[in-house]
Ligand binder design. Structure first.
Ligand code: NAD
Ligand code: MG
Ligand code: MG
Ligand code: MG
Ligand code: MG
Ligand code: MG
Length: 339
């Protein structure tokens, strides 16, 4: 179980007395800046002239050029649009950071993809709220918070983790929960895989194919072999040698069909549904729903499990597998898992 940190768990002293500069005053920037100030920290804003600057000044912040603000900071949080960060980093941050200070991000993109290569004499950490900036601010004002992931990329001071957690607490995230990113990442990718591809994606694909054929009047046995049984044979080829191996084995007609029809089934719309699923995993909605489902005695789980078991593909599959002794009979049927 991933450790979730709350206010009581966090060493606030790590950030005490530090000057924090927020670079950018957009969605995340205005929220981090105001929340940190309300949490008692000294905050300045680094910006170029423009609308955001007016807004920051209206909100009574000391606004400076990025370079000037960074040069005075113990912690520089970069809340520019991701695509602007490399250029601004090179021009106005890199050479201006105090040695031993900290460089922070709310999203790992630029560090992860080497678009920003940080100086080696600074801490580099991530505090990524799992919610939009305006809610980071609104929930803070409501004495609540948006959860955040924290992570450390470079730990020069030896305290980058504590610093990141204290920063997360300063923006109110520790009211909702702060998680170390590597654990979270594993969980998110595992959930995404089983839901979108391996389990949910696969069963839905098989059923949709089976139903399409049987609805059109084809024999269920033929549909079963075509859409379920043969799946394993195809997947084995992919497992052993990738898609190229599978495509090498199938007929050119099948391969042409793969190319022209596959993308009509799994298309941009499907991919955008996958993104929705990933977001719900990341923001905890899926996990929360499953926990509540168990607390409630699994009413939906059992109902869906029962419906699934009663799908025509189950019966025809059982009958056909009985006649294929080489196919291992499963120890459990589909009803197992209902508790
Ligand atoms: P935004 O577009 O809302 O705001 C960007 C700010 O940077 C604006 O104040 C803009 O004036 C300023 N800016 C842009 N170019 C600049 C330049 N060259 N010099 C100085 N200032 C400049 O950005 P955002 O959505 O708050 O995103 C900031 C970071 O937070 C990104 O790394 C993003 O991935 C991350 N993040 C955002 C959200 C969110 O809710 N929007 C959630 C999690 C993480
Ligand atoms: Mg993002
Ligand atoms: Mg997000
Ligand atoms: Mg065939
Ligand atoms: Mg071939
Ligand atoms: Mg099970």
């Amino acid at each position: 179980m991933t450790k979730v940190f709350y206010d009581k768990d966090i060493n606030k002293a790590a950030l005490e007395g530090m000057k924090i500069t927020i670079v950018g005053y957009g969605s995340q920037g205005h929220a981090h800046a105001q929340n940190l100030r309300d949490s008692g920290y000294e905050v300045t804003i680094g910006l170029r002239p423009g609308k955001s600057e007016d807004k920051a000044m209206e909100d009574s912040f000391a606004v400076k050029s990025v370079a000037e603000a960074v040069s005075e900071a113990d912690v520089t949080m970069v809340l520019l649009p991701d695509e602007n960060q490399p250029k601004v980093y090179e021009e106005s941050i890199k050479e201006y950071m105090k040695p031993g200070s900290a460089l922070a991000f709310a999203h790992g993109f630029n560090i992860h993809f080497n678009q920003v290569v940080p100086r080696e004499d600074v801490d580099v950490f991530l505090v990524a709220p799992k919610g939009p900036g305006h809610l980071v601010r609104r929930t803070y004002e409501e004495s609540a918070g948006v959860p955040a992931l924290y992570g450390v990329f470079q730990n020069v001071s030896g305290e980058a983790g504590d610093l990141a957690m204290a920063y997360a607490a300063g923006i109110g995230a520790a009211r909702a929960g702060v998680l170390e990113t590597s654990f979270q990442e594993e969980t998110e990718t595992d959930l995404f895989g089983e839901q979108a591809v391996l389990c949910g994606g696969l069963t839905s694909l098989v059923k949709a194919g089976f139903e399409t054929l049987t609805d059109a009047g084809y024999q269920p046995e033929v549909a079963y072999f075509e859409c379920l049984h043969e799946m394993k044979l195809i997947v084995d080829l992919m497992y052993e040698g990738g898609m190229e191996n599978m495509r090498h084995s199938i007929s050119d007609t099948a391969q042409w069909g793969d190319f022209v029809s596959g993308p009509r089934v799994i298309n941009d719309e499907t991919k955008s549904r996958m993104k929705d699923i990933l977001e719900e995993i990341q923001n905890g909605k899926f996990a929360q729903g499953w926990i509540l489902e168990n607390q409630a005695g699994r009413p939906r789980y059992n109902a869906i499990n029962n419906n699934e078991y009663n799908h025509p593909i189950t019966k025809v599959g059982q009958d056909l597998r009985d006649l294929m002794p080489f196919v291992k009979q499963p120890a459990a049927d589909g009803k197992k898992g209902g508790k």
